[in-house]
Design a protein around this ligand. Structure first.
Ligand SMILES: Cc1cc2nc3c(=O)[nH]c(=O)nc-3n(C[C@H](O)[C@H](O)[C@H](O)COP(=O)(O)O)c2cc1C
Length: 717
């Protein structure tokens, strides 16, 4: 068994330890200059056989130092931490990480670092560094002028300062001429074929507003019932409409028949009619902002119910229900961001050059997602880490009495750069599903179709991971990164198939390097989506018949342990099949001779699509300073690959559980991670990580809620 020692960025000399406190070994103080997590062998614990054959640290890609003889040790904070914490790390995380490109890049450095993302609410940075290519054309005259600086700034300002408002409305009436200006602005919107498909129904009647309020309330309740507990708690606090508090409500409709059957541009895309009306809404919203009027868009309606309640013609589509009124103030940030419900996605995530995936802001060279992500992975923040240890000492409990949970809460502080750290809630388990060509070798008793069938089960809510997620209040997010069969579109399924299953790695590489990188990107993008959607913890999950064979191969490559020692019985196989499975792994390793220094190459040769995606999730989570709770053997294999790509990604990892698969023990030892739960589980799907989630949340909550000796008036020892 091993224990994780959390070490910081730029640590300095350790403070003198107090009596009874765990003491950091001297080696750690010397060696922790770079690594985020330093695995430390725990000598008095049960010896684990694979430790004996572990590769010497010197040949590892990771800079982490293994301190073989140390006691169970917990590092002390550096005397004067070098890095400042970010006080509101939560709201800023997404935007902020983009501006820190100077971290470790293991392969080659990107040709050009991405430009920093403008702070939300700030003016955009000056224009592109290189001039856009000119289209050769006879120069006749100067192009039509844009606005002067002040006018342009006014236009940009109104866009920046437009807010969706639900709180702080005033009852002041809206003068007719003001409302008229706002409606005129809406009416100048662009529209498909100039069909101008909108109508505006201006509602002032208290009775109608009360009817609409009741309809919205019913939908709110119905929506709340669908939420995982972690989300439902947050949602309860949110205000989602101000129908009764605003003097004017405006219904914006779209007439899909307006302009007749030959409306230009609507021929193949009927949705252009409601899109046009949505543009009218944006115009209205901006004009209202310029008048000092707040607007709140309410979409908690059943459309047909609404059409009937308002007596609208049946052929109309309702595009928007808007609450309009004067307000006390316009918040700088979206109300959902302020409430911690969501985060702003940086512009650099969504601008592609020429083809999708070549991300680049104008004037930048396109950069690849993996390089950008790795560049943003930072060590734990020394100051927050130091504060966490200090706080643990002052909490009303004997020093060290929370054992491993103290280490977790310090890690969470260092990761988030704040102490106490945010409670990792809401959380989402990302279940990546993929099939494996090596299934053909008879390494499992289960038919391959079960992968797709289990995906349907996850989406239907009937699997063990659903039950555990329900219990702990987490969201289940299912990603098809490589299931062999075609899966029907289903709510909750992210269709991200890179290829329909890997090839049989006993006869050739499992996949190409490009496919491997694409699967890693799927994981990174999943991490980005889940974190931007407000999740504060990511859990790894996976489904893929035959994937323990793949995990064994990966673990063998990264740990150097013989396949015979780490290849387990997966879903339960007999001796004969087990012997074949070991032989299959052995043959694959002989065929490919994968080089652990080239982790992407290892994944391509003997990996799985879900393993590569989990690598991406770990790297993505680490780059967004969000904890990643690892599940079992496949997550362990992925974490080894992630560490080989970016050693500091381990700073975000928490081992949820120890699987019954022998390979998992080898992986955890190599990673230096101590599992929180040890129940002989061998299911996957994220089940072990889900069981561990409340422990991780408890570690953070204790930091928030446990009194200190001073505050509680308790005498110290
Ligand atoms: C199509 C659409 C529907 C929306 N529906 C709701 C809603 O029902 N309730 C709500 O509180 N906000 C709603 N909003 C507002 C968004 O939550 C808001 O635009 C987003 O959080 C960003 O904040 P900002 O508009 O202040 O920048 C809606 C916005 C749009 C564009």
């Amino acid at each position: 068994a091993v224990v994780v020692v959390v070490a910081a960025e730029l640590p300095e000399a350790a403070e003198a330890a107090e009596p009874g406190e765990p003491v950091e070994g001297p080696e750690a103080a010397v060696e922790v200059a770079e690594p985020a997590l330093v695995p430390v062998a725990e000598p008095e614990a049960e010896p684990v056989p694979v430790v004996a054959v572990e590769q010497p640290v010197a040949v590892e890609a990771a800079p982490a130092a293994v301190v073989a003889e140390a006691d169970v040790s917990v590092p002390q904070p550096p005397a004067e931490p070098a890095e400042q914490p970010v006080p509101e790390a939560e709201a800023e995380v997404v935007a902020e990480v983009v501006s820190e490109p100077e971290s470790v890049v293991p392969e080659q450095a990107p040709e050009q670092a991405p430009a920093p993302e403008p702070e939300p609410g700030a003016m955009p940075e000056p224009g592109p560094v290189s001039e856009p290519e000119e289209i050769p054309a006879p120069a006749r005259s100067a192009p039509a002028p844009g606005y002067d600086d002040a006018e342009r700034e006014a236009v940009l300002r109104v866009m920046r300062e437009r807010r969706d408002i639900r709180n702080g409305f005033r009852g002041d009436p809206i003068p007719h001429e003001v409302l008229l200006r706002v409606l005129e602005a809406a009416h100048t919107a662009p529209s498909v074929g100039h069909s101008q498909p909108w109508d505006f129904v201006v509602i002032r009647s208290a009775e109608t507003r009360s009817t609409m309020h009741e309809l919205a309330q019913r939908q709110r309740d119905a929506y709340a019932k669908t939420l995982p507990k972690g989300r439902a708690k947050q949602f309860k606090e949110l205000k989602i409409e101000a129908i009764l508090e605003t003097p004017v409500n405006i219904v914006v409709t779209a007439d899909p028949t307006r302009g007749g059957r030959h409306t230009l541009g609507r021929h193949t895309q009927p949705q252009m009619a409601p899109y046009s009306s949505a543009l009218a809404v944006e115009n209205l919203w901006l004009a209202a902002r310029a008048e000092g009027l707040g607007v709140g868009w309410v979409s908690f309606f059943d459309e047909r119910e609404m059409v009937r309640a308002l007596g609208l013609p049946e052929h109309l589509e309702v595009v928007a229900y808007l609450c309009v009124g004067y307000v006390d103030e316009f918040p700088e940030e979206p109300e959902l961001t302020q409430a911690g419900w969501s985060k702003r996605r940086p512009l650099s995530w969504v601008v592609h050059e020429e083809t999708y995936g070549r991300r680049a802001l104008p004037g930048e060279e396109p950069h690849d997602l993996l390089q950008e992500t790795v560049a943003n992975i930072r060590p734990l923040d020394a100051k927050a880490l130091g504060e966490a240890w200090e706080r643990q000492k002052r909490m009303t409990k004997p020093a060290g009495a929370l054992g491993m949970l103290e280490i977790i809460s310090a890690q969470l502080s260092g990761l988030s750069r704040v102490c106490p750290p945010p409670i990792p809630e809401p959380a989402a388990v990302a279940v990546f599903a993929g099939d494996h060509g090596v299934h053909a070798q008879g390494v499992t008793a289960w038919p391959q179709e079960v992968t797709g069938q289990m995906v349907a089960n996850f989406l239907g809510g009937g699997a063990v991971c659903n039950a555990f997620a329900h219990q702990v209040g987490a969201e289940v997010c299912v990603i098809d990164v490589g299931v062999a069969s075609e899966l029907p579109a289903t709510p909750g399924l992210l269709p991200r198939k890179v290829r329909p299953g890997t090839a049989d790695f006993t006869t050739g590489p499992a996949m190409t390097r490009e496919e491997t990188l694409a699967a890693i990107d799927v994981g990174i993008e999943t991490a980005r989506d889940l974190v931007a959607a407000g999740n504060r913890a990511l859990l790894t999950g996976e489904m893929g018949i035959a994937n323990t064979t793949v995990s064994s191969a990966l673990i063998s490559v990264f740990t150097g342990v013989d396949p015979g020692e780490i290849t387990g019985r997966g879903t339960g196989i007999n001796d004969e099949m087990h012997a074949r499975k070991v032989d299959v792994v052995r043959r694959a390793l002989e065929l490919h001779a994968p080089d652990p220094a080239d982790p992407v190459g290892v994944l391509a040769a003997v990996g799985g699509l879900e393993h590569a995606a989990m690598v991406g999730l770990i790297l993505g989570g680490a780059s967004l300073r969000t904890p990643v709770v690892l599940d079992g053997v496949s997550a362990g294999a992925a974490a080894l690959a992630a560490r080989a790509i970016a050693p500091e990604s381990l700073a975000a990892c928490i081992a949820g559980h120890r699987s019954a698969e022998p390979g998992h023990v080898a992986a955890l030892n190599k990673l230096g991670l101590r599992p929180l739960v040890d129940l002989d589980l061998r299911l996957g799907e994220g089940t072990g990580a889900l069981l561990a989630l409340p422990l991780v949340q408890s570690a953070a909550r204790a930091m928030h809620e446990v009194a200190t000796f001073d505050s509680a008036g308790v005498t110290e020892k």
